[in-house]
Write a protein that binds this ligand. Structure first.
Ligand SMILES: [Zn+2]
Length: 178
């Protein structure tokens, strides 16, 4: 399972780095961009807030063993190669073994794990593993579907393409997929 320990983002250092980035573009003296380094550093703290806090734990309650599926969980992340956003929808399904999780907790976990530089493939696996460990479910299935700005705004410029990744663990019983 991927490391999820919390660390602090050095805002001042990030601010200096953005100032340097602007200077590399010849924009360091633009009066309208004077606040940009501070604003970017602040935004980075929010976009990567998953680095600074430990993952939320799921509130579990006793429940029936019928299949549970949660669709339409919005997430936003940054690709770790270009630091450009990728964003989309997560779908989670699990086959419980005597306990179920609060649906808000599952959505919070998706949001937390997404808010850091990542690749979608690993994020999918990390999410599935974390859910499997916490829910102690018989099986877990995760599907992420996302738009990546690094292939839409640059590179191959495929504005309509979406990346779909899935990870299934354990026994999902009658589950036949999304
Ligand atoms: Zn990328």
């Amino acid at each position: 399972m991927c490391a999820v320990a919390a660390r602090q983002i050095d805002r001042r250092r990030a601010e200096r780095a953005v100032r340097e980035l602007l200077a590399a573009c010849g924009l360091e003296a633009e009066p309208t961009m004077a606040q940009t380094p501070a604003l970017v550093a602040e935004a980075l703290g929010e976009l990567c807030s998953g680095l600074e806090t430990t993952p939320p734990t799921l509130g579990l309650i006793p429940g029936p063993d019928g299949l549970v599926a949660l669709d339409g969980i919005r997430f936003y992340s940054l690709c770790e190669h270009h630091l450009l956003p990728f964003f989309g929808v997560a779908r989670i399904a699990y086959l419980p073994a005597g306990q179920v999780a609060g649906i808000g907790d599952i959505a919070r976990l998706v949001d937390h794990l997404a808010r850091r530089p990542a690749i979608q493939e690993r994020l999918t696996d990390t999410l599935a593993q974390r859910l499997k460990d916490e829910l102690k479910a018989k099986g877990v299935a995760v599907r992420l579907e996302a738009t990546h700005l690094c292939i839409a705004m640059r590179g191959v410029r495929q504005t309509e393409s979406r990346l779909i990744t899935e990870c299934q663990m354990g026994d999902m019983g009658p589950w036949s997929g999304w």
